[in-house]
Design a protein around this ligand. Structure first.
Ligand code: CTP
Ligand code: MG
Length: 400
């Protein structure tokens, strides 16, 4: 099967009540925070950022609409998720998810527990490779490593169960969409409601299910201790991801009627020469922001050779850089610009410049700083041949 002949839809089931996790006052386990974010935000992000994900359905409980909205509000692309309501059992919830997915162009489906937030892209890739190898049913699983005992109600060990050939089943359990949907329909019609996973429905329906190497990290959060351990693991391993970028720019001055600095036009007997509006301050800040996510520099994104940027307001360059930062999961904490100019006087315009930065970047005024200095009549700036700007941006990126 070639890569283009299938499209992998995702169903994430999140409609359970998490009874084994206890502490009902803390709400359903999939909305409890681990590493500062709800479990479901971690799980969903893994799929939203996987390059092979097609349509994504999340199956929620009708009581959890507000919880879901709050948990996913900051997730880029969350708007593309299809939301549907689940039922009394996991089996029923999956069935509702499969029905919602049937309205899309998905040919295959990965069915995943919201309560497994650590699923890695490597594991998803292994499942996708199984599809490509022509398998229509795939089960990620890990060989059992503990010795297994059968105990009795008398509290005694009755026997040792050979563990050879035994596996612990994980999700995403993955199938040809039409086949697993038909199997679920058949089970529902016969009122078989006791299946705890989808591979067992497939087995019951006679569909072959291939084993795929699972992952020890892909645990299901079931009891409260699992959630606490997941939180400890994320909190311990998450160093604050604070990044600083700098930028520098110079433009020549020539006779004219004014200069634009930080988006503010200042009347003057000179103007800055350049391809766009030559706003050195915004150019330096654009580079500083791009630097925080290794996204090259302003020339990579807006080549000077491209005529469409002639005379352009440099605001669009800065907006673009801020968008790239956000797409990388960054939050801009601070933007600082130093202007080095002999004239015009920047002081009277500093407040308007800060307000402009605050507006373009969508951050509060106290996070935006503009400073200016002359060059003491020394060098090209001192001779009024040009204006220079240095910028620093600080961005915090979301840890995972
Ligand atoms: N699930 C669901 N609908 C149900 C039951 C479970 O969508 N009626 C989902 C859960 O939200 C979870 C996944 O199926 O993401 C795995 O189920 P499980 O770990 O058993 O979760 P809960 O059923 O919520 O927990 P418990 O069995 O302890 O009540
Ligand atoms: Mg359950």
């Amino acid at each position: 099967m070639d890569d283009d002949s299938f499209r992998i839809g995702i169903v994430i089931v999140a409609a359970g009540r998490g009874e084994r996790a206890g502490a009902p006052e803390d709400g359903p386990k999939q909305y409890r925070p681990i590493g500062g974010r709800p479990v479901i935000a971690h799980t969903l992000e893994r799929f939203l950022t996987w390059h092979r994900s097609g349509p994504i359905v999340v199956v929620i409980h009708p009581d959890d609409e507000a919880l879901y909205a709050a948990a996913t509000v900051n997730l880029p692309q969350a708007a593309r998720v299809i939301i549907t309501f689940g039922g009394e059992t996991r089996q029923r919830s999956v069935y509702e998810g499969l029905r919602a997915l049937s309205g899309t162009d998905a040919t295959h489906v990965m069915i995943h527990d919201a309560a497994r937030p650590f699923v890695e892209h490597d594991l998803l890739d292994r499942v996708a490779e199984g599809f490509m190898a022509g398998h229509d049913g795939l089960l990620p699983a890990i060989p059992i490593s503990d010795t297994l005992k059968r105990g009795g109600s008398d509290g005694l060990v009755h026997e040792t169960v050979p563990r050879a050939g035994l596996y612990a089943a994980q999700t995403p359990q993955s199938f040809l969409l039409s086949e697993i949907r038909t199997a679920h329909e058949k089970a529902a019609a016969l009122r078989r409601e006791d299946f705890t996973d989808d591979a067992s429905i497939a087995e019951w329906a006679g569909l072959p299910v291939h084993l795929v190497e699972g992952s020890v990290d892909n645990i299901k959060l079931t009891v409260k201790r699992d959630i606490d351990m997941a939180d400890e693991r994320l909190t311990a391993s998450t160093l604050p991801d604070v990044r600083t970028g700098n930028g520098y720019d110079v433009h020549q001055l020539e006779p004219g009627d004014g200069v634009t600095l930080c988006g503010i036009f200042i009347p003057h007997d000179q103007k800055l020469s350049g391809h766009s509006d030559a706003d050195v301050a915004l150019h330096a800040l654009t580079d500083a922001l791009l630097a925080t996510c290794g996204a090259g520099d302003i020339g990579d994104h807006f080549p000077p050779s491209d005529m469409q940027w002639k005379g352009a307001a440099s605001k669009i360059f800065l907006e673009h850089a801020a968008k790239i930062v956000r797409e990388h999961g960054g939050t801009i904490m601070n933007a600082d610009v130093s202007l080095i100019a002999e004239a015009p006087k920047v002081g009277p315009h500093r407040q308007a410049m800060r307000e402009k930065l605050s507006e373009i970047l969508g951050i509060s005024l106290d996070r935006c700083s503009v400073k200016a200095t002359t060059n003491e009549k020394i060098g090209f700036v001192g001779r009024r041949e040009g204006i220079a700007a240095i910028a620093t941006a600080t961005v915090v990126f979301r840890g995972d």
